[in-house]
Design a protein around this ligand. Structure first.
Ligand SMILES: Cc1cc2nc3c(=O)[nH]c(=O)nc-3n(C[C@H](O)[C@H](O)[C@H](O)COP(=O)(O)OP(=O)(O)OC[C@H]3O[C@@H](n4cnc5c(N)ncnc54)[C@H](O)[C@@H]3O)c2cc1C
Length: 301
């Protein structure tokens, strides 16, 4: 991490909440479910299906973890009631992974049943490397029961190609990402170009497995490299989609959409936006730089 990043990140706790809220506002739908639903409806009207995430991670006890699942159930019902093409995406540590894999499995399973009854998909997200094994074990147990549950895999981790090979045979739904957590060089690629190359390699392997693929990226150069690999392996436009974060590179969404690709937008909401945003920014100062640059451009325009 550069000295600039260290100094900039050390000021984060000092930024007043209204200013942080303004910084975060572009990337987060709001604190309430109705704000998330309204944002998803706007996106739908503009031609973009959605993903909804209740902000938070690392719950401290079982009561909290059960509360999170209850919130997700309410969210899933609201999405179905509004007839949105959207699904829910959940971090394992938000539903108790660090308290125990059985608890985490039970809570995901409860939510998966609810989602199935509503006709919605469910995505198990991927967090930092100490949680990878547990997340994959929980996912494999879920996958044995539920065809509509997908996973996230991180291209930057050296282990991911082997993880893909180790996943049980059968239908597979994967959101492929570069990986937001800055992992140690002993276990992960740390430079942009090797991360891109690893992403292409993972996409190739997943395509050989005929996985349903979500390419979650805002990197058009990467997309240009991945798409021919998919086409070569017989993928049509319904076999994959692009996924993007709310507020990030909207002109690129429009370009991809105009080219006939599905572009699905990730919409996070919830009262825990400040600790979440701060942790995110600490984990990846690159995003802090994006935010500061965009904010400066916004103020200058
Ligand atoms: C739908 C979705 C779900 C995700 N889920 C996970 C997950 O479960 N686990 C996980 O580890 N990671 C997840 N990620 C994050 C992912 O791993 C990357 O950190 C993130 O997408 C940035 O990488 P990139 O491929 O866009 O490439 P980058 O090279 O980081 O970015 C490409 C360009 O996009 C712009 N950009 C990227 N991010 C931002 C930002 N936040 N603000 C402003 N501009 C930005 C910049 O202009 C940059 O030059 C998810 C990403 C998406 C889109």
């Amino acid at each position: 991490m550069s000295i600039f990043d260290r100094v900039a990140l050390s000021t984060l706790p000092l930024i007043p909440t209204p200013v942080m809220r303004r910084l975060a506002g572009r990337y987060i739908a709001g604190e309430r479910l109705d704000e998330a639903i309204a944002r998803l409806q706007n996106l739908r009207d503009a031609g973009y299906p959605g993903i909804v995430d209740v902000l938070g991670e690392d719950v401290h006890d079982e009561r909290q973890a059960r509360g999170v699942v209850a919130q997700y159930v309410t969210t899933a019902r609201a999405v179905a009631e509004a007839r949105l093409d959207a699904y829910v995406s959940v971090k394992p540590t938000h539903v108790g992974l660090k308290l125990g894999e059985d608890l985490c499995f039970e809570l995901y399973d409860t939510l998966a049943r609810e989602c199935a009854s509503l006709g919605l998909r469910l995505r198990v997200e991927m967090e930092d490397h100490p949680t990878t094994d547990g997340t994959l074990r929980v996912f494999e147990r879920l996958r044995a029961r539920h065809a509509h549950v997908g996973i996230v895999l991180q291209a930057r981790l050296f282990r991911t190609l082997d993880d893909i090979r180790r996943l049980a045979p059968g239908p597979l739904d994967v959101r492929l990402v570069k990986g937001i957590y800055l992992e140690p060089a002993a276990i992960a690629h740390t430079e942009p170009e090797p991360i891109r190359a690893a992403f292409v390699e993972c996409a190739r392997l997943l395509a050989e497995r005929k996985a349903q693929l979500s390419l979650a990226t805002h990197d058009e150069l990467l997309a240009e490299r991945v798409l021919p690999e998919l086409t070569r392996r017989g993928y049509g436009k319904t076999d994959y989609e692009f996924q993007v974060l709310l507020g990030v590179r909207e002109p690129l969404w429009a370009t991809w959409r105009a080219a006939g690709h599905t572009v699905r937008v990730y919409v996070p909401y919830g009262p825990e936006w400040r600790p979440y945003s701060t942790r995110r920014l600490r984990k990846n100062p690159q995003i802090f730089r994006h935010v500061m640059r965009d904010t400066l451009l916004f103020w200058r325009s």
